[in-house]
Unconditional design. Structure first.
Length: 68
């Protein structure tokens, strides 16, 4: 399983709540997290998913993601 990291435009726990359902569906609950304490806000995903799938979930909810 690969660990992917993305710089995101997520800003707060409310933003994370908006993407939780979609990320849980594609990556599985407990296989992802967002560091809201530091800038940039980095989403880390440890699951067999593609960059495209992760970006699609964020974009569907009004956020951007860039692989780091």
């Amino acid at each position: 399983m690969e660990t992917l990291k993305f710089k995101t435009t997520l800003k707060c726990s409310g933003c994370v709540t908006k993407v939780t359902s979609g990320l849980n569906k594609i990556a599985g609950e407990g296989n992802w997290g967002v560091d809201l304490e530091n800038t940039p806000k980095v989403l880390t995903v440890t699951a067999a998913v593609s960059d495209k799938e992760i970006k699609a979930v964020l974009e569907e909810n009004g956020f951007e993601a860039e692989r780091v």
